[in-house]
Design a protein around this ligand. Structure first.
Ligand code: F6R
Length: 240
């Protein structure tokens, strides 16, 4: 693992946008695996700026997102499909048909999981961007998710529901289930870029990098990947 520690969230976002931007510059047809949540917002803002000033083009880029809440359709403001359009896709020159997320509103969720797994096999991620859950989750693979899992429906841990409730008007509105890429789908990416910022991530960062590799900390599996870059701010790196 290559570990980069910077001062704060802004510097973390600068570094992350630089690394993702370089992936697109070196391969304009790249497939990017993308994440939602608070952590990548600064990264996306910088990529939007780089595209606006003609430094990067996403015209031939394909993307696949990690996850989506079950029961929210793409127009729901709390859906990850909406988040991606609002924070990135509507502001860059990407072809929206080349952007993919699991469909959380699918009637047949098993069929949707199988469809997404097949899609990921057909367009493997050149680089997968990840945030880190305070309980060590990646995607929505909560503790004790199998390392060999593909896209599946998960019940979110109570701590994740609580962490994510800040984006909803009431905690009861947070969906309790999500569709997520499995750990095996994530590990297939050629490169992985994982970001963490803030003191509430420090224990999970420690367990990911220095802990035993086991399913109690899903992110610890990344120790087995040959090309992982971890970008941390000082608070997230405090226990290393
Ligand atoms: C988001 C995702 C999650 C988040 C994680 C951290 O698509 O898969 O694993 O990356 O929950 O969330 P934030 O960035 O909001 O702290």
């Amino acid at each position: 693992m290559k570990i980069i520690v910077v001062d704060d969230y802004e510097q973390m976002s600068d570094k992350s946008a630089e690394l993702l931007g370089n992936a697109v510059k070196s391969d304009p047809n790249a497939t990017l695996g993308l994440a939602t949540g608070s952590t990548p917002l600064g990264t996306y803002a910088r990529l939007v700026e780089a595209c606006a000033c003609g430094e990067i083009s996403f015209a031939a880029v394909r993307t696949c997102n990690l996850d989506e809440y079950v029961g929210l359709n793409a127009d729901n403001v709390n859906s990850y499909a909406h988040y991606m359009r609002e924070n990135l896709f509507d502001k860059i020159d990407i072809n929206i048909d080349n952007t993919h997320l699991p469909n959380g509103a699918a009637q047949d969720l098993d069929a949707e999981c199988a469809r997404y797994t097949e899609l990921l096999e057909s367009i493997p991620q050149d680089i997968q961007l990840l945030g880190l859950g305070s309980d060590g989750h990646i995607g929505f693979n909560e503790p004790y998710s199998p390392f060999d899992g593909h896209t599946h429906v998960v019940t979110l841990a109570e701590s994740t529901v609580k962490d994510n409730s800040r984006l909803f008007s009431h905690i009861d509105e947070v969906p309790r289930k999500a569709i997520t890429m499995g750990i095996a789908d994530i590990m297939r990416a050629r490169k992985i870029l994982i970001l963490a910022s803030g003191a509430n991530k420090a224990q999970a960062v420690y367990d990911m990098i220095k802990g035993e590799i086991n399913e109690a900390c899903p992110a610890s599996v990344l120790q087995r990947h040959p090309d992982v870059t971890v970008v941390l701010d000082k608070s997230a790196a405090a226990l290393l």
